[in-house]
Design a protein around this ligand. Structure first.
Ligand code: ZN
Ligand code: ZN
Ligand code: ZN
Length: 90
């Protein structure tokens, strides 16, 4: 019998992540701690996050304040839409 590599309990059902077997309850979002066993998740910097946390982490445009999906222009620590940045330059 194998044990969960997070909580150490015996595995009845498991998910395999990076060669480690863990129980579904232990497979949680690194941001909010919600179980993401049944959800879409994405690996970011070696951690798994749920969709809503990923949305919160997405860069926001400093000019229009909207989340940037797609190409991001970076200036220092600030993020901009390429379109928004253009208006400022001219
Ligand atoms: Zn576990
Ligand atoms: Zn989350
Ligand atoms: Zn913008």
């Amino acid at each position: 019998m194998e044990n969960c590599s997070v909580c150490g309990k015996e595995l009845k059902s498991f998910i395999e992540i990076d060669g480690k077997k863990i129980c579904p309850e232990c497979f949680v979002c690194a941001g909010c701690g919600k179980s993401i066993a049944e959800e879409k998740y994405q690996n970011k910097d070696g951690k798994n996050y749920c969709q809503s946390c990923l949305k919160d982490m997405a860069p926001k445009c400093k000019i229009c304040g909207k989340t940037i999906e797609g190409p991001v222009k970076k200036l220092g620590n600030d993020h901009y839409h390429p379109e928004c940045l253009k208006c400022c330059e001219c």
